[in-house]
Design a protein around this ligand. Structure first.
Ligand SMILES: *[C@@H]1O[C@H](CO)[C@@H](O)[C@H](O)[C@H]1NC(C)=O
Length: 644
């Protein structure tokens, strides 16, 4: 890209982003609205309890979530017994455990102070357990008509009011944990037509009262005043009570999710995006101009030298061109297509990376187009699984093409390893980490049937597709190598300090990371603080910027490498771009130090494990981008010179 074109692109970018920015809260309604008549029962479902950001300081103290009906909590169960609601694959994988509840909400009918069930007695062990959860700021998550019950909060920067899902299990008053046993449920409904009311907003305020009493048949006395704290030395009696308030609202059903999809601090996104866009544009422009100028000069010189050499043969005398003998990247033309060490591993990694790349790209585009409605819980994860399954084909194909290019012989292994590598890694890590979840009696252990569905999706669809792709790649004509490879490998001269593997990778890897780190912050926040992430407009642009950065910096690095007469570009390009994953991991650790303060080592293990897993996936993704870009570049430049 020339500098002027780059300038144009920079000025177009904000306009483009303006278009994208409203799209960040755009979605197609995923679920058909349910209408209720006055007095109809509106379902209230309960989900798992999740750790939340504390009110005292912005810290998260645990990563486990707990089943709502865990006996230690003593929450009232519905008289007809608990039952799981139907959920999507992604929703289950991401930990949702939605069940029915004994709460009775009747459309349009206010109720004050009802007992959920009879008196519950907390023995000291359970009190200890619940008090610990209160100290860790656990949130209760309810769904009313599919809409999460939350609390209204005000953005400290934009002053915008938004709804944050979940409400606290308890509070800390004077260093003493206090259990919230009364819930004020405020429901907004929209009168679509006479007798057709729809739920469009749910907030819950939980409070604590030691004086609440049940006086028979669901009626209670809700005390004011003294908060209820669970004794860790003796039994404590608790009555759970609730009130319901219905308020008409002008919000239509179609936009009922808008309050939840709040863009935290849009200025930061804008600032970082424009910032990184300018840097990237500058970088890509610089790389391409440098490369094209030098390359053109190099190529012209090489080809002229050839011509001079020919004339020389015909006896004109000394070469007086003022040029030295060949130098730079042309010297390694006889080695640059020499297969790298472990060609199998590299081709399998690139195949898997290509599959990941397609999955990520397609998921982001789908989300951007509004197909992933927030009301379809877990649709993002479901989409990712489906795309990953389908793009097994691409994975197999690319892996086979790369392997063929490396003159690989062990085809059977390549066919088998490609569909196995990443899924096995992810599955293994998932399984190991789940052991900790089980050990803690936390929820989140994936049910057997879900496991079965996942495995069959992989084995019945993904593996055959990958094999088909591999077969096509194997059958396809090999990629033409522009120069012949010498029999004897060339000596590689000593590299200067900054070209040594580790410093060069660390130096270059920081750039792709720079393109994504602000978005990464919000993604981490949504993962560990259980918040909605709905800024796909920003994510889309970030993803594009990251791809360009990865490609540009890796190509530049490899050009320098070849000029230093080092022809081991294959692994180097993979690792150079992949080095940004190291920064992602570092960032995760920094995030831990700054915003997470776990009170148990198992939380730490889980966090570390998932950070490692995510960084590894990111490594494969960016490494693949770097490798593929470099591969194209090498084929191009060596195709342009004449070698006899
Ligand atoms: C229900 O309670 C709310 C809030 O107190 C009030 O605004 C509304 O008018 C009440 N509705 C009925 C039907 O009494």
């Amino acid at each position: 890209m020339s500098p002027s074109r780059c300038g144009a692109a920079v000025s177009i970018l904000p306009a483009l982003l303006l278009l994208l920015s409203p799209a960040s809260a755009f979605y197609l309604p995923g679920v058909a609205p349910t209408s209720y008549r006055d007095g109809d029962k509106v379902p209230l479902n309960v989900n798992h309890l999740t750790p939340a950001e504390s009110e005292r300081d912005p810290q998260v103290r645990s990563v486990f979530s707990f089943d709502y009906y865990l006996p230690e909590f003593h929450f009232c169960q519905p008289p007809e017994g608990t039952k799981y609601e139907y959920e999507s694959l992604g929703s289950i994988l991401f930990g949702d455990r939605i069940q029915n509840s004994p709460f009775e909400l009747k459309m349009g009918i206010n109720e004050s102070c009802k007992a959920v069930c009879g008196k519950q007695t907390f023995p000291p062990e359970d009190s200890k357990f619940v008090n610990r959860r209160i100290f860790q700021d656990y949130n209760i998550n309810w769904l009313v008509d599919g809409l999460p019950a939350g609390q209204l909060k005000k953005d400290t920067i934009t002053e915008e009011v938004y709804e944050s899902p979940g409400f606290p299990l308890g509070t800390i008053i004077d260093d003493l944990p206090v259990l919230n046993n009364h819930y004020d449920i405020f429901i907004d409904y929209h009168e679509f037509s006479q007798d057709k009311h729809r739920v469009v907003g749910v907030t819950v305020q939980s409070s604590s009262s030691a004086d609440a009493k049940e006086i028979g048949d669901g009626v209670a006395l809700c005390g004011e005043g003294t908060p209820l704290s669970l004794s860790e030395s003796g039994d404590t009696d608790v009555v759970f009570t609730y009130s319901v308030y219905w308020n008409p609202s002008p919000t239509p059903f179609a936009t009922r999710w808008d309050k939840y999809l709040h863009v935290y601090d849009p200025r930061i996104h804008w600032f970082s995006l424009i910032n990184s866009a300018v840097i990237v544009c500058f970088l890509v422009g610089m790389v391409t101009t440098i490369l094209f100028r030098t390359l053109r000069k190099d190529i012209a010189r090489y080809n002229r030298l050839d011509a001079v050499a020919l004339e020389d043969l015909s006896g004109t005398g000394i070469m007086d061109d003022g040029v030295q003998e060949d130098s730079g990247w042309k010297l390694v033309h006889g080695d640059v297509f020499r297969p790298p060490r472990s060609p199998m591993l590299l081709s399998v990694l690139v195949g898997n990376g290509a599959q990941l790349f397609m999955m990520t790209g397609f998921t982001i585009v789908f989300a951007l187009l509004g197909f992933l409605s927030p009301s379809n819980r877990g649709s993002l994860a479901t989409m990712m699984i489906i795309f990953h399954t389908l793009f097994g084909f691409i994975g197999g194909y690319i892996s086979a093409r790369v392997y063929k290019f490396f003159h690989g012989e062990a085809w059977k292994q390549n066919f088998i390893y490609t569909p196995m590598a990443l899924p096995c890694l992810v599955f293994g890590a998932f399984f190991l980490l789940n052991l900790f979840v089980w050990a803690r009696h936390a929820s989140g252990a994936v049910p057997f049937t879900t496991m079965l569905v996942l495995i069959s999706l992989w084995f019945v669809i993904s593996v055959p597709l990958s094999l088909a792709g591999s077969w096509l790649g194997f059958k396809a004509k090999g990629i033409h190598e522009p120069t012949r490879t010498n029999q004897i490998p060339r000596q590689i001269p000593q590299a200067s300090s900054y070209m040594r593997p580790i410093p060069s990778m660390l130096l270059v890897g920081v750039l792709p990371f720079g393109a994504i780190f602000v978005e990464l912050y919000f993604i981490m926040r949504s993962i560990w603080f259980s918040k909605f992430y709905y800024m796909f407009g920003f994510l889309f642009v970030c993803f594009g910027i990251m791809i360009m950065t990865c490609a540009a910096v890796t190509v530049l690095m490899v050009y320098f490498l070849l000029c230093a007469e080092n022809y081991h570009w294959q692994w180097r390009s993979f690792f150079t771009a992949g080095a940004s994953a190291f920064y992602v991991f570092l960032y995760a650790m920094l995030y831990w130090v700054k915003t997470l303060s776990f009170t148990s080592w198992t939380s730490g293990v889980l966090y570390l494990g998932y950070s490692l897993l995510i960084s590894t996936l990111f490594f494969v993704l960016t490494g693949t981008i770097g490798f593929l870009a470099t591969w194209m570049f090498i084929l191009k430049i060596y195709g342009a010179i004449k070698v006899d």
